[in-house]
Ligand binder design. Structure first.
Ligand code: ADP
Ligand code: ADP
Length: 239
């Protein structure tokens, strides 16, 4: 599976440098965290990785491919999938239909299989949806119209939608916001399991306790720069 690498990323807004020469590795099979105070540059860096923003300097690689100039939709077809702070489901479609849309939009050249599915076609897309619904315990709400779901369920469906796109790299922006403790715990177990399946995960969240509990490595940003990087224990002890 492809991993994600950023080298020398710079993003300026007028006189302000929001991201200043950032290097970052998001390796397969690991959960990588990104923390930092408000204004540190986390959102900007996230946007540079998803392709929503373009860097002034630096490169982003997905596996061996340079994706620096690639638009967000092209990146997602190549396996770089994100979840959004504001869930992006079709509100009038059922949960299952939302997932089916995501599964059918997957990359044409897809050959491997998160959750063990490799073949192609609509039948397979249905199979993927069933598998994801089952593995996330969402069967009970499969027929529910997405716009009527409470926040916790909505977040999980958003997560399920990302999985249906069979990511190599999964970028999670504040996935636990609005979740209660039990839902956050469920989400963190799922994130761990997806990583153990070989997916590269980047987790950006204000909930530092969640980040430190789940990640293998963490980057701490302040003022646009990475000020600490490493295993959670080592970064937490940093001043
Ligand atoms: P974080 O996500 O860590 O809170 P941001 O990436 O949102 O940080 O912001 C980093 C810095 O860049 C902040 O000073 C912010 O005000 C500034 N910034 C972010 N986006 C823009 C923008 N579109 N125009 C001007 N300044 C911006
Ligand atoms: P968060 O850190 O919770 O992701 P922010 O408040 O940092 O949210 O940013 C929310 C949005 O506002 C982002 O798209 C960011 O680019 C934009 N933004 C942040 N600061 C500024 C700014 N000073 N000028 C213009 N846009 C900004």
């Amino acid at each position: 599976r492809d991993d994600l690498r950023a080298r020398g990323l710079v993003r300026r807004y007028g006189g302000l440098t929001a991201v200043e020469h950032v290097d970052m590795d998001v390796p397969s099979g690991q959960v990588t965290g990104l923390i930092g105070p408000n204004g540190a540059g986390k959102s900007t860096l996230f946007s540079l990785l998803t392709g929503v923003e373009q860097p002034d300097e630096g490169r982003v690689h997905l596996g061996r491919r340079d994706i620096t100039k690639m638009r967000p939709d092209a990146r997602s077809r190549r396996g770089l999938v994100q979840t959004f702070q504001v869930p992006s489901l079709f509100p009038s479609l059922t949960v299952a239909d939302n997932l089916l849309v995501a599964a059918e939009n997957r990359r044409r050249d897809y050959a491997g299989g998160l959750l063990g599915m490799g073949s192609r076609g609509r039948g397979n897309a249905l199979g993927v949806v069933e598998e994801v619904l089952g593995s996330l315990g969402l069967e009970d709400i499969r027929g529910t119209v997405a716009g009527t779901l409470p926040t916790g369920a909505l977040r999980l469906v958003e997560f399920a939608r990302a999985l249906c796109a069979r990511p190599d790299v999964l970028l999670l922006d504040e996935p636990a916001s609005g979740l209660d403790a039990a839902e956050t715990e469920k989400l963190s177990v799922l994130v761990r399991r997806i990583a153990d399946d070989g997916v590269a995960i980047l987790l950006v969240d204000h909930d530092v306790d969640l980040v430190f509990r789940v990640v293998d490595r963490v980057y701490a940003m302040v003022g646009g720069r990475v000020v600490a990087e490493g295993a959670p224990e080592t970064v937490r002890d940093d001043p």
